[in-house]
Design a protein around this ligand. Structure first.
Ligand code: SAM
Length: 274
């Protein structure tokens, strides 16, 4: 028998405890990611071991919700990776134009910037009125912020550059109003966005859709979990539907790789075969 160090034993026990008590399943997230976040939180407490942390998580719901926030990284931005959005506009929008009604799923939408970016492109391409955008995340705190559509002014300069690089047709300032140090996204962008709490690990097929964007989420999952979530996407997409992953993500080694053709290899855009 190999002797394991204590944290190798404690970590799975903590994740099991979180799952048993709160129903959030992190057991197949990437170990390096989970360990880093847990150790960061531990360092902010007077506790000395993951086992002590487990005790605290089980008995202190406020602390548990803080730890759950730690485990979900909600970093995002408007028109993140502008070249991706440029490709989306050039290669995916023409496909969407062939459908009478369009359903789009942003899985792991965080605070909503990705869904607002999509709404802007669809408006400029005269597709918004026949589209429903489902924007989902398992982090309710992030979803509440997304629904508000209020963002910090500080980022607007960067977002404006992203929008222009992504092939934006108007002035980015047309899509928000400034108030103090915040910007409020235009109400018309929210009209066809449905915000919903959905857990990619524990929930089943969400809806039948024409386009799925799940960008910068799968990097936090181990290979088995990535495969399971890819099945969920495969089952949710219509034939000929489009799947968009993050720049650092891929379909390589997943069971469904052969079921897609590449639309844009570099931008990780794939089309489900007919
Ligand atoms: C880094 S953000 C990516 C946001 C956006 N897609 C982007 O690329 O800018 C990852 C998001 O995935 C969400 N997430 C992580 N695990 C999830 C799960 N099991 N179910 C649903 N969302 C999850 C997190 O809450 C977080 O908001």
């Amino acid at each position: 028998m190999t002797i394991r160090n204590i944290s190798e034993i404690e970590l799975p026990l903590l994740l099991e405890a979180i799952y048993q008590k709160y129903g959030y399943d992190f057991r197949q997230y990437s170990e390096a990611h989970i360990k880093r976040r847990i150790m960061n939180r531990l360092a902010l407490t007077p506790l000395v071991s993951i086992s002590e942390l487990q005790n605290k998580v089980l008995h202190d719901e406020l602390f548990a919700s803080r730890l759950l926030q730690d485990l979900s990284i909600t970093v995002t931005e408007m028109f993140r990776d502008p070249d991706f959005y440029k490709s989306l506009r050039e290669k995916v929008i023409p496909i969407l134009k062939t459908y009478p009604f369009i359903k789009i799923w942003h899985a792991g939408c965080a605070t909503g910037e990705e869904a607002y970016s999509m709404a802007i492109i669809l408006k400029e391409e005269n597709l918004y009125d026949r589209t429903t955008i489902y924007a989902t995340d398992f982090n309710q705190h992030a979803l509440n912020q997304a629904k508000e559509g209020v963002f910090s002014n500080e980022k607007i300069k960067e977002y404006t550059i992203n929008y222009q690089r992504a092939g934006g047709k108007e002035s980015f300032a047309d899509y928000y109003t400034s108030k103090y140090d915040m910007v409020i996204m235009d109400q018309s962008l929210k009209k066809n966005i449905v915000w919903a709490n959905q857990n990619l690990v524990t929930d089943s097929v969400f809806a039948e859709v024409h386009l799925i964007l799940c960008r910068n989420v799968l990097i936090y999952f181990n290979k088995d979990l990535q495969n399971r979530v890819q099945k969920l996407f495969f089952d949710s997409l219509v034939n000929g539907g489009i799947l968009c992953l993050g720049i650092k993500e891929s379909l390589r080694f997943c069971d469904f790789e052969a079921q897609y053709i590449e639309v844009d290899k570099k931008q990780k855009i794939f089309k489900k075969k007919y």
